[in-house]
Design a protein around this ligand. Structure first.
Ligand SMILES: [Fe+2]
Length: 378
């Protein structure tokens, strides 16, 4: 398990933790909106209290891209920093992880797409998530978009695991409703896919089921009342557990199909997952009814006397209820153009299959079945 600290206000110890890891000068990779929301203030003062110098790189787009990794790597090298502190959602954390290895490896980032291609360990990264969803703070993955080719590169390497994750639920209080919904459903997708994945393991099962249980009971409340600290705390814990789970058991069909939507139409990752999750679940139930029945029970559905398949369906219904409750639109309402969607459909299907994630699904989909699910999500 990666080294991590979980707890309300734990981010106020960031300075002491960085110092204990040997940092002298830190590059903070973050999102400029977080400063306006006041999220950075306490973290920066904890660095000052520990006499740590720091520089801030906060000019990031809404998704991690090759250009910003290149620019961030240049900033890192010129800054004289010896450690990276990533503060934010998936974009700052994934960008920081990529900068960390680009600072110590010679090739361009495109050469490292895929698994285990990075040659040298990176600069140590301490990750502080401010959204409850991506789990990137505890995974060996980073996803970087190449805007020239419309490809979302999945890069996997043990060198991408942050040295330390500091998971502080208090930082998510500032999250607006739309982001709470999108990232929360990303976390639910991680947990469900980790549990039904063909690579699921006993330890990831425990984490995934716990995350499903927590999200079913707390995500709608965290969304309805962002100031409910107990709901925020439980949602953040679930996101973190789901990250640990899928980091070891992989994701499946939803994520495989979701990345091309993000690459071609720049729909936020959590949202594109959420548009697919219900349909993919219904499609997949037959591949492993028992596991989906267990998901239904974990969500609090009464499955007494039901067959596995009947119970599995109640779980899919419960997931769809949460998706509707959190007001997730269809792809057509997210600015995805119908004509372009049809034009790139075959490329999206190829990219989904090539990612390898759909092979982990309990029921492996044909190209025609993937096309049908894309159309249903539209
Ligand atoms: Fe995800």
């Amino acid at each position: 398990m990666p080294v991590s600290i979980f707890g309300c206000n734990s981010s106020e110890d960031a300075g002491a933790e960085l110092k204990a890891l040997g940092a002298r000068r830190v590059l903070i990779v973050t999102d400029e909106n977080l400063r306006q929301l006041g999220v950075l203030a306490k973290i920066e003062s904890s660095l000052k209290e520990n006499n740590l110098d720091f520089e801030v790189y906060d000019k990031l787009p809404t998704e991690p891209t090759v250009d910003f990794v290149v620019e961030g790597t240049r900033v890192f090298k010129e800054s004289g920093c010896d450690m990276i502190l990533a503060v934010g959602g998936g974009t700052p954390i994934d960008t920081a992880k990529a900068i960390s290895v680009m600072a110590t490896n010679k090739s361009s980032i495109e050469r490292y797409a895929g698994a285990n291609k990075i040659e040298n360990p990176g600069i140590p990264v301490v990750a502080i998530p401010t959204t409850a969803g991506t789990g990137s703070e505890v995974t060996i993955f980073t996803i970087i978009s190449d805007t020239r080719t419309d490809v979302k590169m999945l890069i996997a390497s043990p060198y991408l695991m942050p040295r330390l994750a500091i998971v502080d639920p208090m930082l998510t209080i500032a999250m607006p409703k739309g982001i709470t919904a999108a990232v929360g459903l990303d976390a639910l997708t991680h947990a469900i896919e980790a549990y039904v994945s063909r690579k699921a393991q006993p330890m990831t099962d425990i984490l995934a089921l716990s995350a499903i249980r927590l999200l079913a009971r707390n995500l709608p409340q965290a969304w309805a009342d962002g100031n409910d600290i107990e709901a925020r705390d439980n949602t953040m814990l679930a996101s973190y557990q789901a990250g640990l789970a899928f980091g070891n058991s992989s994701v499946a069909l939803v994520h495989g199909m979701s990345r091309p939507i993000g690459a071609y139409f720049h729909v936020a990752h959590g949202l594109s997952n959420a548009t697919l999750l219900g349909q993919v679940m219904r499609f997949s139930l037959a591949g492993n009814p028992k596991r989906y029945a267990e998901i239904a029970a974990a969500m609090g559905e009464d499955v007494t006397g039901l067959t596995d398949m009947e119970a599995a369906r109640t779980g899919a219904d419960a997931v769809e209820r949460i998706i509707n409750q959190l007001e997730i639109p269809k792809l057509r309402d997210l600015g995805v153009d119908r004509k372009r969607f049809e034009e790139v459909m075959s490329q999206m299907i190829e990219a989904a299959i090539a990612s390898g994630s759909p092979d982990n699904n309990p029921r492996v989909a044909t190209k025609e079945e993937i096309a049908k699910i894309y159309n249903q999500a539209y």
